[in-house]
Write a protein that binds this ligand. Structure first.
Ligand code: NCD
Length: 310
């Protein structure tokens, strides 16, 4: 039986088996894309709406390319040019989209929990492309896929997320997925950029970058989210970089470490420019893997749509 998923709103609850099945499917797509295959008919007859209510470059393009490669019928929805600006509620907007017989809604929204709400109230399939400070499950899947391809598996891998954990939906989805795959997970951040309930995440914490690098096999370096910083949580950017930035000398100390970053990068702030371009950096492979992962996710949704249509 091929993997069938009704929705993908959260990384919590995805089992190791489900994740590995998604990786197997992504690996097949990755290989076919690499040899130049551009079209698969898996989503033929399935309509996908891409609704991005928040800025995005990579994630939006990645979902669009993934859906196109799979031959879906795609509609882009520009929130800035929509009636959302005239005061329409999210549910009304989505009900109108649904009335046009949409099968899958891929959405990014600034409101944490928007997808869970729609999953309960909307009739179409919901894929979370980022909700506020809450979750970003496909980013976490592509991060884990990238490191699985590098290390063979994640069992026992020492994996550290560094930076603005408090505002990071990437961290909140990464932690359950890496734990489900058997990695040892840590976070490294100033106390002010850690969530108050960090103890309930079941992760190790580091408060300086040198100790974290010495411990880790792989680091996921998160962006300082300037747009979500309004309470002066870090004294100055220069000090943040000094204490938490990943630098060239860290790579010399740990030549086999793998460096991830979900993008967009603030070069010179959370990591030195030279680190982003170093041999240890998997930042561009992450982007390449993102398309394959999103194709695997959309395929699993299509399998469920077909199973319930018959
Ligand atoms: C992330 C996001 O938007 O959540 N980027 C991404 O999706 N590639 C991380 C970020 O904005 O820092």
């Amino acid at each position: 039986m091929p993997l069938a998923l009704p929705h993908l709103t959260t990384a919590h609850g995805l089992t190791r088996t489900t994740i590995l099945e998604l990786f197997q499917s992504a690996e097949e797509y990755y290989t076919r894309l690499r040899i130049g295959t551009k079209r698969f008919d898996v989503l033929q007859g399935i309509s996908v709406v891409l609704a991005f209510f928040e800025n995005s470059t990579r994630t939006r393009m990645s979902f669009e390319i993934a859906a196109k490669r799979l031959s879906a019928e795609i509609t882009g929805f520009q929130a800035s040019a929509s009636s959302v600006n005239k005061g329409e509620t999210l549910l009304d907007t989505i009900r109108n989209i649904e009335a046009m017989h949409v099968d899958v809604l891929v959405m990014r929204h600034s409101s944490s929990g928007a997808h869970e709400f729609l999953r309960r109230h909307a009739g179409c399939r919901i894929v979370n492309a980022g909700d506020g400070q809450h979750e970003h499950p496909t980013q976490a899947l592509l991060d884990a896929f990238t490191l699985t391809r590098k290390f063979g598996h994640l069992e026992g891998l020492k994996y550290c997320l560094v930076g603005d954990i408090l505002h990071s939906r990437v961290a909140r989805s990464n932690i359950p997925i890496f734990k489900a795959l058997g990695a040892e997970v840590a976070v490294c951040a100033p106390g002010t950029l850690l969530p108050k309930d960090i103890a309930s995440f079941g992760v190790k914490t580091f408060s300086d970058i040198d100790t974290a690098v010495a411990w880790a096999d792989a680091m996921n370096v998160l962006r300082i989210q300037f747009e979500r910083q309004d309470q002066g949580l870090i004294p100055t950017i220069r000090e943040y970089t000094e204490w938490f930035g990943v630098k060239d000398h860290h790579l010399r100390l740990k030549p086999n470490i793998a460096i991830l970053h979900p993008g967009p990068i603030n070069r010179g702030i959370e990591l030195e420019a030279i680190v982003a371009d170093a041999a240890q950096s998997l930042i561009l492979p992450q982007v390449e893997h993102g398309v394959a992962i999103r194709m695997a996710v959309l395929t699993a949704l299509a399998n469920d749509i077909r199973a319930t249509r018959h």
